[in-house]
Design a binder for this molecule. Structure first.
Ligand code: GTP
Ligand code: MG
Length: 325
């Protein structure tokens, strides 16, 4: 028997019916034909937390492969990415989300709206904290939101690698004070420590249901978006300060031989930085991105990257729409 209050269980039975559309389910494909009901546990878990605590790294570790890009810059994740962990008797769909933030412009407004919408009609929340930082006001604000949702909350205290046991214990106590959690897992998404136990725990919270994605599919991202994200990841690695936040990538051609993409920034000086002396930076971005793109597409490609300044694109609703944000 799952440790879920009766009221929550009945709510779940209600939203589980596949013909009732809800944000996460509507974004997925219809239940896979051929899969009967009651054969497996399946459902949706939203991954919430402050920017940079390691949500995407953890989703990748739980899904068993890279579905979301990762960087040391906050606000790396801009759109929701489903990471799917498939097992013989479960399908755990993790919604990797942007970090909670106070919106500052139309881009960050859209990001926070994605977070808010993704907290509807889910089976559980995975609330992620970083053991390396003080668990403070920002975490408390997020905790208030997620503990009020009426679904089980599993806490992952991430980044425990190379931390002293005493410090980890103290941070576990700090995290535990934030609300009535289902379970609390100290983990390292980087080394994989504690990840199997966490996955097992999340699966136990899932109801019996259909497969929402074909077995073997690990994310809901289209190849175009995936390629754009991989390029953006490399651009984030090679830039700093305000530049990473001003970068966006659009793939224009995804051919058998050629992949063509544009890296947008907001100003000419940012463009100069991303291009680099004699094109050195954009070249590096390409060199780093190409092997991963080839692995994804399963064939060699010629990668053509252009850098363009598009003033104030973060405030341009039409542009944001075009970028799928
Ligand atoms: N030491 C350590 N670093 C980690 C761990 N998990 C993630 N990181 C690092 O933390 C940084 C942020 O990781 P992300 O996964 O991009 O964090 P996020 O929460 O998705 O960030 P946003 O998308 O910006 O909200 C990266 O530099 C990761 O390599 C961990 O378990 N241990
Ligand atoms: Mg992220």
């Amino acid at each position: 028997m799952r440790e879920v209050p009766q009221s929550t269980r009945s709510r779940h039975r209600h939203v589980r019916a596949p013909w009732i559309s809800s944000p996460p389910r509507a974004a997925g494909i219809l239940p896979h034909p051929g899969w009967g009901y009651g054969l497996l546990r399946s459902g949706f878990v939203a991954v919430a937390g402050r920017p940079n605590v390691g949500k995407s790294t953890l989703v990748n570790a739980l899904a068993g492969g890279k579905v979301a890009i990762v960087s040391d810059k906050p606000q790396t994740t801009r759109r929701r990415v489903m990471g799917i962990a498939n097992g013989p008797d479960y399908q755990l769909v993790l919604a990797d989300l942007p970090g909670f933030q106070r919106p500052r412009d139309p881009l960050t407004e859209r990001m926070q709206r994605t977070v808010d919408q993704s907290l509807e009609e889910i089976d559980a929340v995975l609330l992620v904290f970083s053991a390396r930082e003080r668990i403070g006001a920002g975490d408390r604000y997020i905790a208030e939101r997620v503990f009020g949702l009426g679904v089980p909350v599993v806490i992952a205290l991430n980044k425990v690698d190379r931390l002293k046991p005493g410090h980890i214990a103290e941070q576990m106590q700090n995290a535990a004070r934030l609300g009535e959690f289902h379970s609390l897992h100290p983990v390292s998404a980087l080394t994989g420590d504690g990840v199997d136990e966490l996955r097992g725990d999340l699966v136990e919270l899932l109801p019996e249901g259909p497969a929402y994605y074909p077995a073997g599919q690990r994310s809901d991202v289209t190849p175009e978006l995936h390629v754009a994200e991989l390029i953006r990841e490399k651009a984030l690695q090679l830039t700093r300060e305000e530049v990473p936040h001003a970068i966006s990538v659009e793939v224009e051609e995804l051919g058998e031989k050629v992949v063509r993409a544009t890296i947008f920034v907001e100003t000419d000086s940012q463009k100069q930085i991303v291009v680099g002396k004699g094109g050195s930076i954009v070249k590096k971005i390409g060199t780093r991105a190409r092997p991963e793109i080839e692995q994804l597409l399963d064939h060699p490609v010629f990668l053509e990257l252009n850098v363009k300044a598009r003033p104030r694109w973060r405030r341009d609703e039409a542009m944001l729409e075009r970028l799928g944000l």
